[in-house]
Design a protein around this ligand. Structure first.
Ligand code: DOR
Ligand code: ZN
Length: 350
């Protein structure tokens, strides 16, 4: 590590995060607003965001939770096999939706409305390609005999490669890339980029699975994998490769939904310290000069949106993050809560 004392970067955006709804939304949205200019907020609510009406209502709820913040919110449409395609196309053209999110059915939180046969969404993908809007993918395939650690590879081989061939001009984001195999696929194919979370560059499966229980606060989908995967993801992120950018997948759950076993809901809540963790990772890799392109340039470029004008400052100073974030009825474990962090955001010139 070099001993750089502070770094200024263009204000980041988070291209993949979860804001939830109700009390949880009101508790957590401020953590993302503290550093980001834009957040791309996932549509996997209890009632998935599948129509313009639901998207507009959700946007209002988010704005109410944020009070005076200037954070911009982008929402993708949750793809189902019975979308109203007229509403879908109009919402893309009107920028109500930034694109659409493919959840294979039952791969993660609130994905039971997702897709079990990708051919069912070909008409929607046709519309995305035609309108030059993006397809965001949770890239995991579930089937008996597919190991939890191989789900990304199977999805790529059996589903994504078909989508890639059939819709060559469609812009795809492979969300939370979790394996070397996935990251190599992104780097070697056209019109595809990937978001990388902090946890996939900090944890391996040894941090999740113990003899007879799991650490539920390190449990997310896609599951974190091996050392070789962690290293590959660090290399792609820190090398300045413009196909990779920031998407935290910060995904809060109340601690009552996080027992130390596989009944735990998957999701890691990193919003209170995600830019600090990314900075630490780039510092460890002696690549702080590439942090800004990952956090603030590659994302908007891939989404055909302007790069932010404002800057933020991070200083090399130790601080300890609170163990949990809580309000009256809810308590969420913060990723790295109770731990010392080496970088701190000090100055937000919005
Ligand atoms: O771990 C995860 N949690 N992965 C996802 O894809 C969804 C998220 C959630 O919504 O809880
Ligand atoms: Zn997610």
């Amino acid at each position: 590590m070099k001993t750089i004392k502070s770094i200024d970067i263009i204000q980041p955006d988070d291209w993949h995060t979860h804001f939830r709804e109700g009390d949880l939304l009101n508790l957590i949205s401020k953590f993302s607003a503290r550093v980001n200019n834009r957040c791309l907020v996932m549509p996997n609510l209890n009632t998935p965001i599948t129509t313009s009406k639901l998207a507009k209502k959700y946007l209002k709820d988010i704005k109410n939770s944020l009070q005076n913040s200037r954070l911009s919110i982008l929402i993708p449409c949750y793809l189902t096999n019975n979308l109203d395609l007229v509403d879908f196309e109009k919402s893309l053209i009107d920028n109500v939706f930034i694109g659409a999110k493919l959840y294979p059915s039952n791969v993660t939180t609130n994905s039971s409305f997702g897709i079990s046969n990708i051919e069912e969404i070909f008409p929607a993908l046709e519309i995305l390609q035609k309108t030059n809007k993006h397809l965001l993918i949770h890239g995991e395939k579930i089937r008996e005999n597919i190991d939890i650690f191989d789900r990304e590879k199977y999805f790529i081989d059996e589903e994504l490669s078909i989508i890639r061939r059939k819709f060559p001009d469609l812009k795809i984001v492979l969300e939370h890339v979790s394996s070397k195999y996935g990251a190599d696929f992104v780097s070697q194919n056209k019109n595809i980029a990937g978001t990388i979370t902090p946890q996939h560059m900090l944890l391996t499966k040894k941090d999740v699975f113990f003899d007879d229980q799991i650490n539920p606060h390190h449990y997310c989908m896609p599951i974190v994998k091996d050392e070789k995967d962690l290293i590959a993801l660090r290399n792609y992120a820190c090398s300045g490769n413009n196909k990779f950018f920031l998407g935290t997948d910060s995904a809060p759950h109340d601690i009552i939904d996080k027992p130390p076993n596989l009944k735990s809901k998957p999701g890691i809540f990193s919003a209170p310290c995600s830019i600090e963790l990314y900075t630490e990772i780039f510092d460890q890799e002696n690549s702080l000069e590439n942090l800004e392109s990952f956090s603030s340039i590659n994302g908007p470029n891939f989404y055909n949106l302007p790069v932010n004008k404002s800057k933020i400052r991070l200083i090399n100073q130790k601080w300890t993050l609170e163990e949990c974030s809580q309000s009256q009825n809810i308590k969420v474990k913060n990723f790295y809560g109770g731990n010392e962090l080496n970088w701190k955001v000090v100055n937000l010139n919005k």
